[in-house]
Design a protein around this ligand. Sequence first.
Ligand SMILES: *[C@@H]1O[C@H](CO)[C@@H](O)[C@H](O)[C@H]1NC(C)=O
Ligand SMILES: *[C@@H]1O[C@H](CO)[C@@H](O)[C@H](O)[C@H]1NC(C)=O
Length: 339
Amino acid sequence: MAHYNTMQWLLLINFLVLIVQTRAKVPAIIIFGDSSVDSGNNNELNTVLKSNFKPYGRDFIGGKPTGRFSNGKVPGDFISEAFGCKPTVPAYLDSSYSIKDFATGVNFASAGTGYDNATSDVLDVMPLWKELEYFKDYQKKLKEYIGEENGTETVSEAVYVMSLGTNDFLENYYSMNSRRASQYTVEQFQWFLIESAGIFVKELYNLGARKLSVGSLPPMGCLPLERTRNAFYGSGCNEQYNKVARDFNKKLQGLVVNLNRELPGIHVILSDSYGILLDIIRKPSKYGMFEMGFMCNQYSPFTCTDAKKYVFWDSFHPTEKTNQIVADNVMRKSLFRFM
Ligand SMILES: *[C@@H]1O[C@H](CO)[C@@H](O)[C@H](O)[C@H]1NC(C)=O
Ligand SMILES: *[C@@H]1O[C@H](CO)[C@@H](O)[C@H](O)[C@H]1NC(C)=O
């Protein structure tokens, strides 16, 4: 067996890095989902669910309230950057961008949406099937712009990020006078959503997508809104909601396994952020954040001066800092496989 000297090791490492870099060719990041990843589509809709006003976007490039539900970037932006694509992924409905921009990354997410059509009806936002319609429209424009062959290759080499599901429970199933709650037990409702998720992935597959990340539910019983509602129990997390999230995530993992078996050439990954988010919420000091004060922005101009010290920006949405930690975590744990 040969003994390598330092120079030879360095050459070998350089060579390996080169191979990895040559392989790493994700041409575009394509995002579907809700407010966890919306980068401004809701600005163009006739809904009250918008965030294109201050103090949203306070720490974004130029301090611009883009419609992202945070003080800065959302996880889809960080994931795009990690793949060597653009550092922010523009909203498809934003007319200040064109196919030239969208060719390397595009966002179809709409805050307030869910797997269930009834969820998007609650706040008049884009249902998931509508996001898919826009994706079809995008494909046409993409192929006109970069050519049929390159377009087809881009579609199959791109990484697709799906992040939704929380609203199906918090805005729909667990809302007052919920029709779904009278139709389904929570267990049945979960299966109904899993089925919708499966249909959606299959449609994307039929449209040429091959590398997909399906996002888990967060510990939704720990969102500040739910903790306030839970104040009677000492402002802890709503354990019932967290258990529903864990149960749903298990079913989602099962779906991912089945899809990988059923669809030749597909690679679906579950991006599970439940654990990392719960850890940040339980031990914020470990991440350099405060224990107290549930959120930074209360829609007031007297927002905390340093959002980096807070886990949540508003009663539903994490700060940019939290988004970055979560995105780094899912990249390291799962999405690196698409590199
Ligand atoms: C494919 O399109 C991208 C733009 O998205 C461009 O950068 C690349 O050079 C094109 N490749 C070929 C082979 O035309
Ligand atoms: C949602 O609505 C679309 C369009 O009407 C329909 O094609 C789809 O089957 C519906 N999805 C569910 C889960 O009901």
